[in-house]
Design a binder for this molecule. Structure first.
Ligand code: 6GU
Length: 249
């Protein structure tokens, strides 16, 4: 059982996502347990203040260190019994590889910073690492925390109901996924590739692999550098590189 402890000023944001779909089922089946803790509960003054103006001036507010340390240490002990991951746009990029690594640990804590920032002493003396979910700015780390929770939870054994599932995904193989089709075989005059209806399994596997490669080549050539490719696949890609840009989407 994986343990995730979330520290936030907006605990309500976690309610529906943790109840629904694959994530909700994983929690209901006891594959993971998620605690959500309101940092404001640890603010001791009459108005339970959790932020303050930055020293040196400038815009925005900074999350104060005392309530963050107090709430984390109340739940996790001092020093914290789990690694504390701070969610911030300045963090290391969160990847599928990182999701696998986290899924194989006993647990971790996610500390949701607001975008203007948390007092630097939280980074220095409480957080064990910092993660970002991409190169854009969110107003707080909450939606990023949910992204991390969902990406990790679906990798836990039993979470998807089919055990191949997660290993096949885009990014787990290092390539983008091949196109998917289901019935009907013709919809508004648009057909389905013949190979999918042929029942030829060897051809089907080859078609899917080539589609994955082609898509990755066109959309995310940066991923090809890290993917495991056969010599034949490398030759195929070299041929694509030397050709006219493809007209397909
Ligand atoms: Cl982790 N937090 C915020 N506030 N913005 C982000 C992010 C995290 N990752 C990308 N943008």
């Amino acid at each position: 059982m994986l343990t995730i402890e979330i520290f936030t000023l907006f605990p309500n944001l976690f309610e529906a996502p943790l109840r629904e779909s694959i994530l909700g089922r994983a929690v209901a089946h006891g594959l993971l347990t998620v605690g959500v803790h309101n940092i404001r509960d640890a603010a001791t003054d009459r108005h339970q203040v959790t932020d303050d103006a930055p020293y040196g001036g400038g815009g925005g507010m900074v999350m104060k260190p005392e309530p963050i340390f107090a709430e984390v240490e109340t739940v996790l002990g001092s020093p914290p019994a789990l690694p504390v991951i701070l969610l911030t746009p300045q963090g290391t990029p969160f990847t599928q590889e990182k999701a696998w690594a986290l899924a194989e640990t006993p647990g971790f804590a996610l500390l949701c910073g607001r975008y203007e920032g948390v007092d630097e002493r939280v980074r220095e003396h409480l957080a064990s690492e910092e993660l970002s979910i991409g190169d854009y700015v969110l107003s707080g780390g909450e939606l990023a925390a949910l992204v991390v929770v969902e990406a990790v939870a679906r990798l836990l054994p039993g979470a998807l109901g089919n055990e191949e599932g997660a290993r096949d995904d885009s990014h787990s193989s290092g390539l983008l996924e091949y196109p998917h089709y289901t019935r009907p075989p013709e919809f508004r005059g648009w057909g389905v590739p013949d190979v999918l209806l042929s029942g030829n399994h060897a051809q089907l596997r080859q078609w899917r692999r080539e589609q994955s490669l082609r898509r990755t080549f066109l959309r995310r050539p940066d991923l090809l550098a890290k993917a495991e490719l056969s010599d034949e696949e490398k030759r195929l890609i070299a041929r694509w590189k030397s050709q006219e840009p493809g007209a397909e989407k």
